[in-house]
Design a protein around this ligand. Structure first.
Ligand code: C2E
Ligand code: CA
Ligand code: CA
Length: 516
């Protein structure tokens, strides 16, 4: 058969196949047809001769439904083939691209926040959103692109190889995918607003010329997108790979770092706006890494959480914080309180309260000198009995309860009351430019007046300028914390800093609080 006829007849078969439902498309379109489109005449001849007759004649429709090309089972929820199909398709693209010069790209689309979807709407709604998202992605694809379902809530695409597959075209496709998958979805009487992140790898950027390598490169790009998300798009680059290696090595060492004292507390002062005096410090975790210097929590906290080490971290932080109080007491530094951050995981620990009591006794520190910082989102969502019980017991013991990142987590006034919150920490996103941006000022004023009526003190965090500090004092915020006052510092630097601060206080006029 002449080559162009072969091309026409395969294209015709493929067109018919493409008109059927998405799941069936992937099932019915044999690898030969895809390869014909993907790789031009050469690939077509090779693969068509070898595979097409078997694919079209030898398999019944029902058999085809259960399996994807290559014998892979289809996903029950979306009807799409699994990751092996993508690996195979990308591998073939590399093989045949060497002849034709056409290049593919692998894109991964992931639904953001599906755990919340599952919690709020249940399994069948979750499956419905997955199906709908798969259909929406399929609706944007060319006939010859391949779509598969990966583990979790992720979809992988192998794009039809072309001569002009570059960064710009991959970004354009990603933007279209993100837009199409963000349309609201009706779930019974409710509306769900999905959001997706996209990571991709161009064939020309793939670390190795293999399907598996290209897919895992796209997965690394997706991880990067999700870290920067929700709704981010990232392309694979060697820097992303390098960062992933660093994370891997941190992951391996983080347990040892907690045991060996490389992970310690830094302390950031909090000032009373009434007196300008230091009233306390917040303990913030830092990793003194022997090669990489001082690392902030963003670099190692996710690893601590995923390695189940949050209990060990809070032990280290608590001991560092109580030791710091004892040190300030012994050197007559007059620091009233220290605040320690407790994660949701740690607050779910049944032995938290007993452990805390024991440590306070051991250091001979009164409970009211320890502030327990709890994220507003944890308090807002406190359905977990253990978390509720622990917060109650800590308040009962006399510890201060600080509601962290207030304004970001939807805690109700009922919850603020229920958990006997002592202080609200106004999140830095509302504090930024509060001196020059009237809308910021309105939010902060509203929070301050609510707190005042509830009889709760307020801490503004992330105070970065003297202007912000001044306006917060005038508006009646009780305490301030931020770079304008001091960056977090090691315990060894606190004494000298306190000394300088007190000397400055004596020589400058006080910032006046609001009157009346
Ligand atoms: P956070 O509890 O909200 O802590 C305040 C963060 O803001 C700290 O970041 C601090 O360094 C930073 N910050 C302070 N002043 C300013 C400012 O003026 N401007 C800006 N832009 N940032 C400021 P850091 O130390 O990187 O900590 C980040 C987050 O990591 C903390 O946010 C907290 O949620 C978490 N974290 C830190 N240490 C611990 C810990 O020991 N346990 C737990 N569970 N979480 C911790
Ligand atoms: Ca905090
Ligand atoms: Ca905070």
């Amino acid at each position: 058969m002449p080559l162009h006829k072969t091309t026409q007849s395969i294209a015709a078969v493929s067109r018919i196949l493409m008109r059927s439902r998405m799941a069936e498309i992937v099932v019915m379109a044999p690898a030969a047809v895809l390869a014909g489109h993907w790789f031009g005449a050469e690939g077509l001849v090779i693969v068509a001769v070898a595979v097409l007759p078997v694919a079209l004649l030898g398999q019944g429709r029902d058999q085809l439904r259960a399996k994807a090309p290559g014998g892979h089972h289809l996903d029950d929820v979306t009807g799409l083939p699994p990751r092996q199909s993508i690996i195979a398709a990308l591998g073939q693209a590399f093989d045949l691209g060497r002849i034709s010069g056409r290049k593919s790209a692998c894109l991964i689309v992931s639904l953001d926040e599906t755990q919340r979807l599952l919690n709020d709407f249940g399994q069948s709604a979750h499956d419905h959103v997955l199906q709908k998202t798969g259909e929406r992605i399929a609706g944007l694809l060319r006939e010859t692109d391949l779509l598969a379902r990966l583990e979790g809530d992720r979809f992988a695409l192998a794009l039809t190889p072309t001569l002009r597959m570059d960064l710009e075209s991959a970004i354009q496709i990603s933007v279209r995918l993100k837009k199409a998958t963000a349309e609201p979805i009706r779930i019974d009487a409710l509306t769900y607003y999905p959001s997706t992140s996209v990571g991709f790898c161009l064939a020309s950027r793939s670390p190795l010329q293999s399907g598996a390598s290209m897919l895992s490169a796209a997965e690394l790009a997706l991880e990067d997108a999700r870290r920067n998300g929700p709704g981010a798009i990232r392309a694979y680059s060697p820097e992303i790979q390098h960062a992933a290696h660093l994370r891997d090595s941190l992951r391996e060492r983080v347990g040892d770092a907690l045991d060996s004292g490389e992970i310690i507390a830094y302390f950031q002062p909090q000032l009373s706006t009434d007196t300008g005096e230091v009233t306390g410090f917040e303990a913030l975790a830092r990793w003194n890494h022997p090669e990489r210097g001082v690392l902030a929590p963003a670099e190692f906290m996710p690893t601590i959480m995923s390695n189940g080490l949050s209990e060990r971290l809070s032990e280290v932080m608590l001991v560092n914080a109580l030791a710091a109080l004892r040190h300030w007491d012994r050197t007559d530094q007059r620091v009233a309180t220290v605040a320690v951050n407790f994660s949701r995981e740690e607050l779910s620990n049944p032995s938290l309260v007993a452990k805390l009591k024991w440590e306070l006794d051991r250091f001979d520190i009164a409970p009211n000198r320890l502030a327990v910082e709890i994220l507003e989102s944890v308090v807002a969502d406190a359905r977990n009995d253990m978390v509720v019980q622990n917060i109650g017991a800590l308040a009962q013991m006399g510890c201060m309860i600080d509601l962290d990142d207030f304004g970001t987590g939807h805690a109700s006034i009922a919850n603020i009351r229920r958990f006997a919150v002592d202080r609200i920490k106004i999140d830095k996103t509302f504090v930024a430019k509060v001196d020059s941006d009237p809308s910021q000022q309105k939010i902060v004023s509203a929070v301050l007046s609510m707190a005042e009526r509830l009889g709760i003190a307020t801490v503004a965090e992330g105070v970065e300028s003297i202007g912000e500090h001044a306006i917060l004092s005038q508006l009646g915020c009780s305490f301030v914390q931020g770079f304008a006052i001091a960056h977090p510092m090691p315990i060894g630097d606190t004494q000298a800093w306190l000394h300088r601060h007190r000397a400055k206080l004596q020589s400058t006029p006080r910032m006046n609080r609001r009157t009346g």
